[in-house]
Design a protein around this ligand. Structure first.
Ligand code: NAD
Length: 499
């Protein structure tokens, strides 16, 4: 089937002069520097955006500071804040087709199903957060009566927005990441400086246009595309930023922690993963195999939750490896706009080289490459999805996050859950994991033993936006989504009254 045609609004948006949003004005970088944006499926330049430097970040933080300290935003009634978020969600929904195409062109994700979900999912996320401003409440505390007093007075705890928030996001799901960050910060009354990834800045800039249309006061949302260093670094280190929320690699997360230490700003981190996908012999194998194949390669494996370590019971090992390999080999590789495509390009030449180096190291260290792993001889950063069998815990492909379409199969024997959990937990990461079994006792016991923020039983992925999501160990600090996600943007203030 032919690739879908670009909408006129997509071509118009791409061809427009992209600027960054600072204090309600669309501006170029002070230095005049720009970043070329490539379509990873064709390697063609599709747009050019300003590259924010320290001066631009200073300006953005100053207007966000003003909007927080003296602007109408934190003082606005919760219901009005909710209405604005809802209005933004409606606008995103109205422009869903445009967002979907921009995401596919900028990131390379296949339209089916990821690209087609981008706009509608973003609207849903914003609606979820639109419901929150009116529900953020504190508590009263039954304090002891002080000696000599006849009444304890009143002690209550109120919840206040944390202030100016810097948000730094990755390239793998650009619009989704932007709304996951903006939603809770706006719901709580914070003001924001958002830096999209330099490789995928377009959907965030488009979102900025709709933020303006929805009627948010100026300076509340500032969108500054730029490189990690200097722009991201300047946000993380800035003395007037009260909190930094970061999603990205564990290595950069460590840099953020150091940079944030100057003014001890609050830090939340959503980092890498190396998720175990554990299949017991009593599992519904057709479902488990189909899910492993899909979830190892979703977004070309450029996905912090992907099923990158398959633990398979000896009795079913060959059948599962064979099944996942068949799924991988049967995938259609091509540009995301082609509705037949299951695997799009990797994000960049550098990422493809990186993933190829992992494939070479897997073979060198003695794992068996069952299928795929080769780069495609055509324009675009394409490679065939790969599965390694006979992987061992000390191998680089098992220890490190590949962030590409490569999964590794390891065996386990017997029914000692403790030993299976030990294998699954042998990683610096702890983002998610899953257990595939028809025995609920095995499922729940394993859920208790795996050290990760989300565990699926016959399911692999995040639960829902209403449930907390985040990592144990080096997969992060804090949680997004649900009430816990809101807490990341709130301070508690205790007020004590004595009569
Ligand atoms: P990355 O860490 O290279 O970049 C992420 C963001 O940080 C980008 O905006 C980048 O410009 C910025 N950055 C880079 N250097 C910086 C610095 N010194 N200071 C401040 N900011 C800096 O990550 P990536 O390659 O864009 O994304 C892939 C990583 O993201 C993977 O490790 C993946 O697991 C992780 N990720 C995690 C989650 C999660 O929810 N846990 C979700 C998606 C992606």
């Amino acid at each position: 089937m032919a690739s879908q045609l670009l909408l006129n609004e997509t071509t118009d948006f791409l061809a427009s002069h992209h600027r960054m949003l600072i204090g309600g004005a669309w501006v170029d970088a002070a230095s005049g520097e720009t970043i070329d944006v490539f379509n990873p499926a064709t390697e063609e330049i599709i747009a050019s955006v300003p590259a924010a430097g320290e001066v631009d970040i200073d300006k953005a933080v100053a207007v966000a500071r003003k909007a927080f300290d003296t602007g109408p935003w934190p003082a606005m009634s919760p219901s009005r804040r909710g209405e604005l978020l809802w209005a933004l969600a409606d606008l995103v929904e109205d422009h869903a087709d445009l967002f979907n195409q921009v995401e596919v062109l900028d990131n390379g994700m296949p339209y089916n199903p990821a690209g087609a979900m981008a706009g509608p999912r973003a609207a849903k996320t914003l609606r979820y957060y639109a419901g929150w401003p009116t529900k953020i409440s504190g508590l009263t505390v039954p304090a002891d009566t002080p000696p000599g007093a006849d009444h304890p007075g009143v002690t209550y705890v109120q919840r206040e927005p944390i202030g100016v928030v810097g948000q730094i996001i990755p390239w793998n799901f650009p619009l989704g990441m932007a709304v996951m960050k903006l939603g809770p910060a706006l719901a709580t009354g914070c003001t924001i400086v958002l830096k999209p990834a330099e490789l995928t800045p377009l959907s965030a800039l488009l979102l900025g246009q709709l933020v303006e249309k929805a009627g948010f006061p100026e300076g509340v949302v500032n969108i500054v595309p730029g490189y990690g260093d200097p722009a991201g670094q300047a946000i993380a280190a800035h003395p007037d930023v009260d909190k930094v929320a970061f999603t990205g690699s564990t290595a950069v997360g460590r840099k953020i922690i150091h940079a944030a230490s100057g003014n001890m700003k609050k830090v939340s981190l959503e980092l890498g993963g190396k998720s175990p996908f554990i299949i017991f012999p009593d599992a519904d194998l057709d479902k488990a195999i189909a899910s492993a194949g899909r979830l190892a390669f979703f977004l070309q494996g450029q996905n912090c939750m992907c099923a990158s370590r398959l633990f398979i019971h000896n009795d079913i090992y060959d059948r599962v490896v064979d099944g996942v390999a068949k799924i991988a080999a049967g995938m259609t590789i091509g540009p995301g706009l082609d509705p037949e495509t299951n695997i799009g390009p990797l994000i960049s030449a550098a990422q493809l080289d990186r993933v190829q180096a992992f494939v070479e190291s897997g073979s060198r260290e003695g794992a068996t490459l069952v299928t795929g792993g080769n780069r495609l001889d055509r324009a675009g950063h394409f490679m065939a999805p790969a599965i390694f069998a006979d992987a061992r815990p000390e191998m680089k492909i098992v220890r490190e996050e590949i962030f590409g379409p490569v999964t590794c199969a390891q065996r386990f024997a017997g029914d000692d859950l403790e030993s299976v959990a030990r294998q699954a937990n042998d990683t610096i990461y702890g983002l998610i994991g899953s257990v595939w079994t028809r025995d609920l006792e095995t499922g729940h016991k394993m859920a208790g033993k795996i050290r990760a923020g989300t565990i699926g039983i016959n399911y692999h992925g995040p639960a829902d936006i209403s449930a907390p999501f985040g990592g144990f160990k080096q997969s992060g600090w804090g949680r997004e989504f649900g009430a816990e996600g809101l807490n990341q943007y709130l301070e508690s203030k205790t007020v004590v009254t004595r009569f």
